[in-house]
Design a protein around this ligand. Structure first.
Ligand code: COA
Length: 160
């Protein structure tokens, strides 16, 4: 079941993200701040955070966080998506991303979605995931995160 996240989900979302082993410690710290800011104000400004819950187990197995890019017309960004490590590769991320795209297009009349990720080898499966969903690798910001660690920007027109 996909549902909106609530403040009581925060610890589980941070723990799930950390346990993927894909994020730097400073990114985990930032995530908690992002979620706090989401409940304090950004939710009211149009940001959206959803969880995929295994209802039988009563546990969150994945989530996505997205919102409209400020000062644009119909441009959205997916800022976070993660699935619990031992549940990856079973379709949860696909269901979340499809939900994100449908929500943006149908309920918000969004026309384009950008996703940023890393260039390092351990993100190759993640990049494959976006390519599988017909995202085009649109830009590479060389050494953006650190020397040798570039930002890869994926782009998809949602009304194509
Ligand atoms: C990327 C991620 C959200 C995809 O969710 P998922 O539930 O694993 O993906 P799905 O099962 O829906 O889709 C599987 C496809 O995604 C890709 N994929 C990405 N990570 C994968 C993984 N760990 N295991 C298997 N497939 C993975 C493959 O291309 C796969 O296609 P295939 O089945 O034809 O080989 C998830 O793997 C994840 O949380 N990864 C770590 C965190 C991360 O990279 N987040 C994004 C930061 S920008």
């Amino acid at each position: 079941m996909i549902r909106p996240i609530i403040p009581a989900d925060t610890d589980a979302l941070v723990a799930l993200t950390q346990a993927t082993g894909m994020f730097k410690p400073l990114e985990i710290v930032a995530l908690r701040e992002v979620l706090d800011d989401y409940f304090a104000e950004n939710q009211a400004d149009g940001h959206v955070a959803i969880a995929f819950e295994d209802t039988a187990a009563g546990a969150i197995v994945g989530y996505a966080y997205y919102g409209p890019a400020p000062m644009t017309e119909g441009t959205w960004q997916l800022w976070w998506i993660a699935v619990e490590k031992n549940q990856q590769g079973r379709g949860v991320g696909s269901r979340l991303l499809r939900h994100v795209e449908d929500d943006i297009r149908v309920n918000h009349q969004g026309r384009i979605l950008f996703i940023e990720t890393g260039s390092l080898p351990h993100y190759e499966l993640t990049r494959q995931f976006y390519r599988k969903f017909d995202y085009e690798q649109h830009a590479l910001l060389k050494d953006f995160y650190a020397v040798g660690d570039s930002m890869v920007v994926f782009r998809k027109a949602l009304n194509a």
